[in-house]
Design a protein around this ligand. Structure first.
Ligand code: BGC
Length: 809
């Protein structure tokens, strides 16, 4: 299926947009960055730190009517206007481009989304060449692989497209914590656990940046929801902030040095993150040693002077008014020019690393074929087999497959919004089956396609507005399946597949309602009707979850014979799924987030997505909260009462039953764990944990091994256990073993003590638990810490101004 997602050609779309409020031959300068800064005028400095607006490929007549942020009202008779007019044509469809001053040796930087692949316009006016990019598996799939080498290899391929199409910085990876299953952007994020998030992000950054292009890890920080994302104030304790919400970013900064960081839209404890000196200077730079520059999210924050002072070096997408405000602030003494100089210097320090500055000759021809292979294989490693009562892999006798469910025919490769890649095609499940030589049923296909065509004509697209605007796929309601069709198919086909699809993305959260977190009636009926019909003929039925986030499974998971959580696995999706179903690949993914029994069981459910707060003189916050909320700023607050008890830290500590626990996933083979050894009984520097894993089944497979630690928790309260390390075996043939080892040091065990503002590892006895999931612990061993260890004393920062209720064990 060919997608032309960026054709914004309807007048209606443009009206709404209004509401939303080649390779340059670089004049490579021999001057040092400091000298360049000295030679720049105040105006040029302001023009560099403020983005040049967001460029949509639009006819001039329409662009003129847009606000300046979106390129309207540009005076091309001025040198600045002329420059912008030129640079915004460098890479159509990109999110942002920074100013250039060729006389000074300052080249422009092209900033493009992210994170499942490069997002640019696939077609250009007057050209027959196409510029499609690979839609790789979403971040959640990558995390479910628990394989940092694999993630790095995907990053390498992704970064190659960034380089060859002429972008300098990919606005990725995104690593916010999946605090609540309903966050609309969870698909862009990795996990509910900060260690997994940080390690995955570091691997991705290392892979992308190995091409000599940059990344922007985002959204820094505590951007865990889309509802009122521009104004929500997150009230969170210092400890939860450091241990849960910042830790992944710290790992990514220290293990991969991303070129840039993107601050988030939200406030934390009363301050916009882009205006928080505590966050962007004290923590990010002083405590962690970040060396690059920080940019805002698109339109984030409100006070450019505060942003510059905080260490938010670049404002995106920027507008001429903001440039004016900044210049006036320096002239009036509100902002010391030396602050601006530092911001400029940081941007230029990265500039000299960019392909454009170095004069890289782009090909516009990345090897999309090779990358299709990368995504096809990577996706299979992140799929999670949730249930299997002997239905998978397909027996050799299976030749004819009946595919039910809309998404079997209209497969979802990735989520919506800025994280949506403009790929050339998506392999549907049906196509995947056909490619592998299985017989499918044309009449069933026709029934589904006819239904979907009609349903999309009457679909209400206003709810998922951003998706519609940016060309994303919004699934229509599941077709109500006639039982006679199921029976007819059961007589002919060897097995049934039932695909359940979900999509979400930027600008809106999901809901704990039927048809979203919960399966709706048509979907539940579909699973039951098809399974009953196939069982009546002695045949099996398999459910495939083609989802970007967690859905409810507990009420129906015992009906089908197997459930495969395929997530949104990228453009080769159908092929990847069939590789797993057929047994070509043995699934080895495990969940990096919990599947609760009911939505309300989660620790954040009482406080998601927060509530309106009264602020004297502010915009009316009683206004309708439905519909388009992407850029609205209504006073809104969310209190993270669950504190450090996010995801499995909560479920395991408070013994709350779940559908599938963190770390869970089945295989076509079985593994035995043995011989757990600790290198020492006492922690002196580090302890090496080693474990043997043996494939005791009949087929080759890989096993994800998880290492959890239970701490004494005497003065510093601790969750029941926390993940401290993980690894994955290579492909083990039946009967073969591997030994995995992990180094555990005090830093991995430490907790944040608010009193002393330090990371402390408490004295006492610790238990190391090695397992196949957070609940399926195979072996345990203990060691001791003789005295309290202060791992690091850090800056006092981002302290909430008021007391609030926090969860305790
Ligand atoms: C998103 C970012 C994205 C940026 C540029 C924002 O609305 O939150 O993730 O990188 O737009 O497209």
């Amino acid at each position: 299926m060919i997608c032309n997602k960026l054709r914004l050609n309807s007048v209606l779309t443009l009206l709404v947009l209004l509401l939303v409020s080649g390779s340059l031959s670089a004049s490579v300068s021999q001057k040092s960055v400091k000298e360049i800064v000295k030679s720049m005028t105040l105006e040029q400095k302001a023009q560099l730190v403020i983005g040049t607006g967001m460029y949509f490929p639009l006819p001039d007549s329409i662009r003129e009517k847009m606000p300046p942020m979106f390129g309207g009202g540009l005076d091309t008779s001025t040198p600045y206007g002329k420059m912008i007019d030129k640079i915004r044509g460098y890479l159509p469809g990109t999110a942002g481009v920074t100013a250039e001053f060729p006389d000074l040796g300052v080249t422009s930087q092209t900033l493009a989304d992210g994170p499942a692949g490069l997002r640019i316009s696939p077609i250009r006016d007057g050209e027959t060449d196409t510029y499609y990019c690979t839609a790789f598996p979403i971040a959640t799939v990558m995390a479910s692989s628990w394989d940092t080498d694999l993630v790095e290899s995907v990053g390498k391929a992704m970064g190659k497209e960034v380089l060859e199409y002429g972008a300098d910085v990919l606005l990725a990876p995104a690593l916010n914590i999946q605090r609540d299953p309903l966050c609309g952007r969870n698909f862009e994020y990795y996990s509910e656990d900060p260690l997994v998030s940080g390690k995955m992000a570091a691997a991705m950054v290392n892979g992308i940046q190995s091409n000599g292009v940059g990344t922007s890890i985002k959204h820094f920080a505590v951007n865990n929801q889309e509802t009122n994302r521009m104004s929500v104030d997150v009230i969170v304790s210092e400890r939860a902030l450091r241990e849960i919400y910042l830790k992944g970013f710290k790992i990514a900064v220290q293990e991969s040095q991303p070129w840039t960081v993107m601050s988030s839209y939200n406030k934390v404890n009363g301050v916009y993150t882009s205006e928080s000196h505590d966050l962007l200077t004290k923590i990010l730079r002083d405590d962690w040693g970040f060396k690059g520059y920080v940019m805002t999210d698109w339109g984030g924050g409100s006070d450019v002077v505060a942003q510059m002072k905080a260490g938010n070096d670049m404002i995106q997408p920027g507008s001429p008014e903001t440039i004016k405000t900044l210049i006036e602030a320096v002239e009036s003494g509100k902002l010391d020019e030396s602050v601006l100089d530092t911001n400029v210097e940081r941007i230029l320090n990265i500039m000299v690393e960019t392909p454009r500055y170095k004069g890289y000759k782009i090909s516009n021809k990345p090897d999309l074929k090779a990358h299709a292979e990368v995504t096809r294989q990577a996706a299979t490693d992140g799929m999670v087999l949730l249930e299997n009562n002997g239905a998978l892999p397909f027996a050799n006798s299976i030749k004819n497959v009946a595919a039910f469910g809309n998404a079997s025919y209209d497969f979802i490769s990735g989520g919506t919004g800025s994280g949506d890649v403009n790929e050339a095609y998506t392999v549907s499940l049906l196509e995947g089956l056909q490619n592998a030589g299985y017989q499918t049923y044309d009449e069933l296909k026709k029934t589904y396609e006819t239904y979907m065509e009609e349903a999309s004509k009457v679909q209400d697209k206003s709810k998922n507005f951003i998706a519609a605007l940016m060309g994303g796929k919004i699934p229509v309601e599941e077709m109500a399946l006639d039982a006679s069709i199921a029976e007819e198919m059961a007589a002919k086909a060897d097995i049934a597949l039932i695909t359940i699809g979900r999509n979400a993305g930027e600008g809106g959260d999901r809901e704990a309602v039927e048809g979203d977190f919960y399966l709706n009636k048509n979907e539940k009926d579909l699973i039951k009707t098809v399974t009953d019909a196939f069982h009546a003929k002695g045949k099996k039925a398999v459910v495939i979850l083609n989802v970007g986030g967690v859905v409810e499974t507990a009420s129906w998971s015992n009906i089908p014979d197997a459930i495969l959580c395929a997530w949104q696995p990228g453009q080769e999706g159908g092929n990847s799924v069939v590789d797993v179903l057929s047994g070509k690949v043995n699934p080895s993914g495990k969940l990096a987030q919990t599947f609760p029994v009911k939505y309300e069981d989660g620790s954040s459910s009482d406080n998601f997505p927060g509530e309106a707060i009264k602020v004297e003189g502010a915009e009316d916050n009683t206004a309708d909260q439905s519909g388009f909320s992407m850029m609205r700023r209504v006073p809104w607050e969310v209190v993270y009462e669950e504190d450090i008890y996010v995801g499995y830290r909560y479920f395991n500590t408070f013994d709350v039953p779940v559908a599938y626990e963190f770390g869970y996933g089945k295989s076509y083979t079985t593994f035995e764990y043995s011989n757990l050894k600790l290198s020492d009984k006492n922690l002196n520097g580090k302890i090496t944990v080693s474990i043997d894993v043996k494939n005791t089944g009949d087929v080759a497979g890989k096993e994800v091994v998880q290492v959890y630690a239970s701490a004494p928790g005497k003065s510093l309260e601790k969750p029941e256990e926390e993940l401290v390390a993980f690894g994955k075996t290579a492909l083990l043939e039946p009967g073969k073993s591997a030994t995995l080892s992990f180094d555990i040091d005090a830093a991995l065990l430490a907790s944040f003590d608010e009193g002393s503002t330090s990371w402390i590892t408490e004295a006492g006895d610790y238990t190391i638990k090695v397992g196949a999931s957070s609940k399926d612990i195979k072996e345990k061993a203990t060691f001791s810490v003789a005295n309290d260890i202060t791992v690091q004393k850090v800056s006092k920062a981002m302290v909430p101004e008021r007391d609030f209720e926090k969860m305790h064990r």
